[in-house]
Design a protein around this ligand. Structure first.
Ligand code: NAD
Length: 499
């Protein structure tokens, strides 16, 4: 752990403060191993102080007019656009992805900020007149109070922006716990949020790992927890947060399959598959990591491998095709899984281990890797590899391919490549996966919709952003009212008030 590098601050009550903790972690550039900064594992008192600041700020923020809340996000989206290059450079340095991917990461979050600026039309209740004679019922969507977010390392801009803008736009206050592996771009986004006009205490940021997450799950003043990360941690967060009476939404791990039918446009399908399997070094929750080749499409493996072999691996700042994995530990784990794949009998069509990048000899690089003949029971199939490893499986029919996908525990994303409308329609109807792409490899919905997930990929009913998150971050209150039309108030008798 390095003392001589800058420390990442906590954001509590509108002030960026140095943690008093004795526990710190290094933030390491994955292409070079340079230590960029150190991040604190916040103390219990610091978590409590952040929640207390958010609780205090809620008293006034919840009454702030909806137009004023919306205008903060109008300003915020402008600031993010103006700082796009600077944000992308920070993100690439600490996370490793290419600059183009980093801008994509920020842009997908920016879209949620733009949506938050429309909160006036999103947070509206309903009204029914004369539910009984002279009785009306209406509903209002009120903010919950202090909400919290826990985010993963792989999208350090987009995923925090999935959470706090919509929570705050709906009138809540927020405590964010970014990934301890790459919190620097998140902190720059927090600075810009304050510059955009988010008042003191409305957005707070604490850093840390398991104990800080547990403190958030247990804290009696936090009303709702949003989590994005692995299935193991998300399941723990869901159970712990709901046990203490909180709302929870947990978006978790994946093993996303594509089906390639022999009638697909070969060139487009293979290009899209390669981009979706190996882009961001496979560290996307929506990466396509298994392709089920149906019938004649099984003969396309050499062309697929040739395209993958042509991808350029290098430092993200040089903006090639794929950058390094987030850490040495991640690289060792992925290389270990590749070795296990060979040992368990899968055919290694392309081996990305040991790739050397001139000038970046210490980077955590793994090149594109392809296995064919992959089956359930092999570690490379059963685990989420979270690296640039594509598994190929074979099926004779579309029905067989759909059955393979539905038998996998995960249900985050999937895609089909075909020119048959009937096949695509059958796939869309029968597949049990949250995000479905038809000739679209990474079908992440725009914020007019909500992100979702099936089975082991999601816990909680309501997804991040879009309409569902407005429901998640608000309490519906219904009011049933009756006004007696007595003669005095209807102006039928003389009163002392004259207009
Ligand atoms: P992770 O689960 O290790 O970490 C996520 C968060 O949980 C981090 O903030 C981390 O500090 C915290 N955490 C880690 N260990 C913990 C523990 N034992 N107890 C409590 N908290 C703990 O995930 P990651 O490695 O940062 O991210 C990759 C994972 O996230 C992959 O599984 C990926 O599929 C998933 N992911 C899912 C989505 C989605 O929308 N479904 C999106 C992005 C990433």
């Amino acid at each position: 752990m390095s003392q001589s590098v800058p420390s990442v601050k906590l954001l509590i009550g509108g002030e960026f403060v140095e943690s008093r903790t004795t526990e710190w972690r290094d933030i390491v550039n994955p292409a070079t191993q340079e230590v960029l900064a150190r991040v604190p594992l916040a103390t219990a008192d610091e978590v409590n102080a952040a929640v207390a600041a958010a609780k205090e700020a809620f008293k006034t923020w919840k009454k702030t007019p909806i137009g004023a809340r919306a205008r903060v996000f109008l300003k915020y989206q402008q600031l993010i656009r103006e700082h796009m290059k600077e944000l992308a450079a920070i993100l690439t340095a600490e996370q490793g992805k290419t600059l183009a991917d980093a801008e994509g990461d920020i842009f997908r979050g920016l879209e949620v900020v733009e949506h938050a600026a429309n909160i006036g039309t999103l947070q509206m209740g309903e009204y029914a007149e004369n539910v009984a004679g002279g009785v009306d019922t209406y509903s209002v969507l009120q903010p919950l109070g202090v909400c919290a977010g826990i985010t993963p390392f792989n999208f350090p801009a987009m995923i925090p922006l999935w959470m706090f803008p919509m929570a705050i736009a709906t009138g809540n206050t927020f405590v964010l716990k970014p990934s301890e592996q790459d919190p620097m771009v998140t902190m720059r986004l927090a600075e810009l949020a304050l510059e955009a006009g988010i008042p003191k205490g409305v957005l707070n940021v604490v850093h840390g790992a398991a104990s800080v997450v547990d403190a958030i799950c247990d804290h009696p003043d936090i009303k709702a927890v949003s989590f994005v990360g692995s299935t193991k941690v998300g399941t723990h967060v869901y159970q712990r947060a709901t046990l203490s009476g909180k709302r929870a939404q947990c978006m978790m791990g994946a093993k996303n399959h594509a089906i390639v039918l022999p009638d697909a446009n070969k060139e487009q399908a293979l290009n899209q598959l390669v981009g979706a399997a190996f882009g961001a070094a496979g560290q996307r929750c929506m990466a396509l990591t298994v392709a089920v080749l149906v019938g004649e499409a099984q003969s396309w493996i050499p062309e697929l491998a040739a395209k993958a072999r042509g991808l350029k691996v290098g430092a993200g700042k040089d903006n090639l095709d794929l950058g390094p994995l987030i850490s040495r530990a991640a690289r060792d784990r992925v290389e270990g899984l590749i070795a296990k794949g060979v040992e368990q009998g899968a055919k290694l069509e392309l081996d990305g281990r040991g790739v050397q990048v001139a000038g970046f000899e210490r980077g955590n690089f793994v090149g594109p890797t392809i296995f064919s003949g992959v089956k359930p029971g092999m570690a490379i199939y059963d685990q989420e590899v979270f690296g640039p490893v594509l598994c190929l499986a074979a099926a004779d029919t579309l029905d067989e391919a759909i059955a393979i996908i539905n038998a996998n525990p995960n249900g985050n994303g999937t895609a089909i490549f075909t020119q048959s409308g009937a096949a695509a329609r059958k796939f869309q109807e029968d597949i049990d996966v949250g995000q479905v792409g038809i000739n679209v490899p990474i079908p992440v919905p725009v914020p007019l919709f909500s992100f979702t997930g099936s089975r082991a990929s999601k816990l909680g009913d309501l997804g991040p952003y879009g309409k569902q998150v407005v429901a998640f971050y608000t309490q519906t209150k219904t009011v049933t009212s009756r006004w007696f039309d007595d003669e005095a108030s209807m102006g039928k008798v003389h009163t002392t008030i004259s207009l």
